[in-house]
Write a protein that binds this ligand. Structure first.
Ligand code: PGA
Length: 249
């Protein structure tokens, strides 16, 4: 089956209001290549200003709380992000799993909250270098999928991002064979969980994707797009990745 590629940018804790100027070139490239989906997830403070500035570009968030409201100082609910104009929310990024101690159960709750409020959940999974060296990468990642993905998930609102922790921000990427093996393992685990609906779920690769390696990575079986950190911060670096996705329709 053909799945539309999704090229999503994750700005992490980078960018102030003046940085939104980068979005014009990204919006233009997205419009020029309607066969791919494009999204940018800026810091939460920039979601509403970004939507105002580039109304035709999908804007997303980087995290949400599992609850809809309550005594959770400093947190944001999926409903709030939706109201601000978000289409997507990244949940369970490895930086949050490490820095905020998020568990698979937490990520599961956040993905459900995203769905309740009409957001697409981009559920992140990925092994550490030690886990890969120990030969445990597939076990760890499929375990994260099993624990993080809600049982009623469908391709309409679930995206998976496979991001090996050791590839994030390091300039190192797995071999294409390793990427293919992991994406196939994730799809098989999803099929165990949600049956035929697994076929339509997009599985993104993330970790040091850039304009030089995107075409090769995006050509791998079961790689349905990219989650891009550093290279999403400027239109100059991000647009070639959009073009690489578009070239593969
Ligand atoms: P990177 O980050 O592209 O800078 O490696 C990817 C991510 O963490 O989503």
């Amino acid at each position: 089956m053909t799945r539309r590629k999704l090229i999503a940018g994750n700005w992490k804790m980078n960018g102030h209001i003046d940085h939104l100027r980068e979005l014009h070139g990204i919006e233009k490239a997205a419009k020029a290549h309607p066969q791919v989906d494009v999204a940018i997830c800026p810091p939460a403070t920039l979601i509403a200003p970004a939507v105002a500035r580039v109304p035709n570009l999908a804007i997303g968030a980087q995290d949400c709380h599992a609850s809809d409201k309550g005594a959770h100082t400093g947190c944001l609910s999926a409903a709030m992000l939706k109201e601000a104009g978000a289409h997507h929310v990244i949940v369970g990024h490895s930086e949050r799993r490490a820095d905020q101690g998020e568990t698979d159960a937490d990520v599961h709750g956040k993905a459900e909250a995203a769905h309740r409020h009409g957001l697409t959940a981009i559920v992140c999974v990925g092994e550490t270098e030690a886990e890969r060296d120990a030969g445990e990468a597939e076990m760890v990642v499929t375990g994260q999928v099993a624990g993080s993905v809600p049982a009623d998930a469908t391709a309409d609102w679930l995206v998976i991002a496979y991001e090996p922790v050791w590839a994030i921000g390091t300039g190192r990427v797995p071999t294409l064979d390793d990427v293919a093996a992991m994406h196939a393992a994730i799809r098989a685990k999803l099929a165990d969980m949600i049956g035929d609906k697994a076929e339509g779920v997009r599985i993104l690769y993330g970790g040091s994707m850039n304009g030089d390696n995107a075409a090769d990575l995006l050509a791998v079986d079961n790689v349905d797009g990219g989650l891009v950190g550093g290279a999403s911060l400027s239109a100059d670096k991000f647009v070639p990745i959009i073009e690489a996705g578009a070239a593969q329709g």
